[in-house]
Structures are given as C-alpha cells and as structure tokens.
Ligand binder design. Structure first.
Ligand SMILES: [Zn+2]
Length: 383
C-alpha cells in the first residue's frame, strides 16, 4: 500500500482521420463499429479488462488510490501475453518489451501523482512513453487486491495456521445511487394503487409488504433527488396514508473483504517459530524482529501487506506482520506487548503474483499467457 492525495490516468485518444473531412470520419467510425462487431474478440483489451474488473472490483480500492487501466493503446488491442509485476521498473519494462507483452499488470500504480510532462530524463516517464510506443497497456489493481477475499492480505496470512481470519478494516458495500428508503404505511385496500403509482417513478426500486390484516407497507429505495417526485405522486392518497418514514441506508460491511487480516492461531507458537514461518512463506533469508514486552508466545496475528502503520494500530494481538512501519509505531506496539516482524515493503506483496498467475490463467482458460517478472524485486536487501 502506498499513499498520495490525487491521481491521474492516461487514456490515449483514438485516432480519427480528421484530414479526410466528415466523410472520412464517418467512414472511420463505421469501420471501427464494424471492426468491433466482428473482431473485438474475447482477447481484446476491453474484454480482458472487463474480466479483470469482475475478478476484483476496482471499487474495493482505497479512495486515495489510482487503480484500473492506466495506459490504453489505440484500439483494437489484442492481448496474448500479460506480464505480472509488483513494481514497474525500467528493468521490468525491458523484460516485458523483449517478451512482447501486450499488457502489464503492475500491482503498484506506475502513474500515481499527476504527470504534467513526459520527459526522457525521468525514469518513470521513460517507462510510460516506452509502453505507449510499444503498445503495451498498463493495468494496476493495488489496494483492490489488498481488500479482495483471497487477495494479497489473505495470502500473507497463509504463513500461519489460523482458526479463522477477518479483515482488520472491512470494506463496505456501496449502496449505489439509491441511498434512501421511504416506507409508506397504508390500508391494504389502497396498497395496489399506491404501489402502481410509485413503481412508475424512474430510478426507484419498490417492494410491498403486508404488515397485518389491515395495513401494508410500501418500501421505496430512492435517491435524494427523487424524494419530491414521490411525495407529489402520493398526495392523491391524502389521509389514507398512515405514516411516511425516510431512512438513510448505511453502507453494509462486505464480509471477507477489507484492509489487513486478523486471526487467532490454531495453537500458540513461539516468536522464533513465527519468524521462521514468515521467512519460509515469503522466501526470505532475513526479516526484522521487535519482540513485544512480555510476549512469549504468539496466539493471534494481524497482517497488512506493504506499509502497515495505518491498519495495524492498537489491535489486541501478539504479533504484527507487515512490510514496513515507522520507529514510533513499532515502539508503541512493542511496549503494548505486541511483537512486530518487518519484511520490507514489497516482500509482503510480491509472492501473491504467483497465486494471481494461477487464478488468471484459469479465468482466461489458458488463452492468455501470464508471466511473473523475474526482474521485479524489493530495492532493499539486508546485508
Ligand atoms: Zn505496497
């Protein structure tokens, strides 16, 4: 997880032959439509992105993040080879180019803060222009994969045998545009007429419920903007209306989805065993350990891929596992009795790419070749 305040995306303009005049433009549009009707195969970038979004809804990502399709080559763009990487560095770009990748899925978004110009003296700019010139699309899922059930954080937690785990900060399901519920109680004798009237109003979802032998309730899911129309349309029912209630719909937690994971172990383990398990799971020779005051055994764990300081705070567990944490956050954890294992930021994320490769190969029924970058690595090593 990385943070910033704003974001940007580059969507390349479609080519239109303006120099051919209106006739040429129309012919071009016709050609594009014809082409799409016949040749927008399931391997076309648009179809591929649609499936990626079905796999992990970009809406799961944090509000500050910049996820989704960040570089889109001029369509049509057939996708046969996809390179998976945690970070899109120049080495990884060269690797993807040599392998003739059509799409790079980069977990961290290579475009994050606004880019006002693309210059060859900046390494990030060189990657973006290189991708554009070589017709390589870039898609970034970032925190949507963190929040995903079966995503990066669940993978990280697999270092341990746990009884059950849950997100530290659960994702919430969007209520969509209909964020109000109006409940109108009327005698059953007029229920059908009222139902018919409000059901005809656009952008509402209407249900009817019989409360007892005399009364019924009409429930209307609606937006703020539709409320005056509903009230106006029900005026004709006058004093037959027993009551009208307006409720705010709260966003509901989405079970299994969210940031970080917390869980109890099937049986307590020593701190050194916890360290060994993390090393083995992440394929690391070294990690950093801060032993919690009075913490002899580990019975519960909370993990957060990347930078854990924001998520792993004041939790009643014996161990935190994350990529990086500030000195004062580690100090606070240790003196609150919680041990901390730090593995360096991307080491807590990168291993998920192998799991992702398997999942995507299955989703695309082996029609697309996925390859995990061999040049992608954490910039820090313990020497
Ligand atoms: Zn990260």
């Amino acid at each position: 997880m990385i943070k910033a305040n704003y974001f940007t995306k580059i969507i390349l303009q479609r080519r239109f032959p303006f120099n051919f005049g209106i006739r040429g433009t129309l012919l071009s549009l016709l050609h594009q439509n014809t082409f799409c009707a016949t040749a927008c195969s399931e391997m076309d970038l648009k179809s591929v992105i649609r499936k990626l979004k079905q796999f992990a809804d970009p809406g799961l990502a944090e509000s500050w993040d910049n996820v989704g399709l960040l570089v889109e080559p001029t369509p049509p763009h057939e996708v046969k080879k996809v390179m998976l990487t945690n970070d899109l560095t120049e080495m990884v770009f060269q690797e993807a180019k040599a392998w003739k990748a059509n799409l790079i899925i980069s977990y961290h978004p290579p475009i994050f803060v606004p880019m006002k110009k693309l210059e060859q003296r900046n390494w990030k700019d060189r990657i973006i222009t290189g991708c554009i010139e070589n017709r390589i699309a870039i898609y970034s899922p970032h925190t949507s994969y963190d929040a995903l059930a079966g995503g990066v954080n669940d993978w990280l937690m697999e270092a341990f045998d746990t009884k059950s785990t849950s997100p530290v900060t659960p994702s919430v399901a969007s209520t969509g545009p209909q964020n109000k519920r109006m409940q109108i109680t009327v005698p059953r004798s007029v229920q059908d007429n009222l139902y018919k009237v409000v059901n005809g109003i656009q952008n509402t979802l209407v249900t009817m419920q019989e409360l007892n032998q005399d009364l019924s309730q009409i429930n209307i899911l609606c937006s703020n903007g539709t409320i005056p129309t509903i009230l106006q349309s029900t005026q004709g029912f006058g004093d037959k209306i027993q009551s009208t209630e307006l409720l705010d719909l709260q966003k509901a937690p989405k079970p299994g989805y969210g940031m970080g994971r917390i869980g109890k172990l099937t049986s307590p383990i020593s701190v050194s065993e916890a360290v060994e398990r993390v090393k083995r799971h992440l394929g690391l020779a070294h990690v950093r350990l801060a032993t919690g005051v009075g913490c002899e055994n580990i019975s519960s764990v909370a993990v957060c891929a990347g930078s854990g300081s924001g998520v792993l705070k004041n939790l009643d567990v014996s161990l935190y596992v994350t990529g990086e944490m500030g000195h004062h956050d580690v100090l606070h954890a240790v003196h609150s009795g919680t041990s901390v294992i730090l593995c360096d930021h991307s080491n807590t994320e990168r291993g998920f790419l192998k799991v992702l490769k398997e999942k995507l190969t299955e989703i695309y029924q082996s029609k697309i070749e996925f390859q995990v970058s061999t040049f992608d690595q954490d910039p820090l090593v313990i020497v």
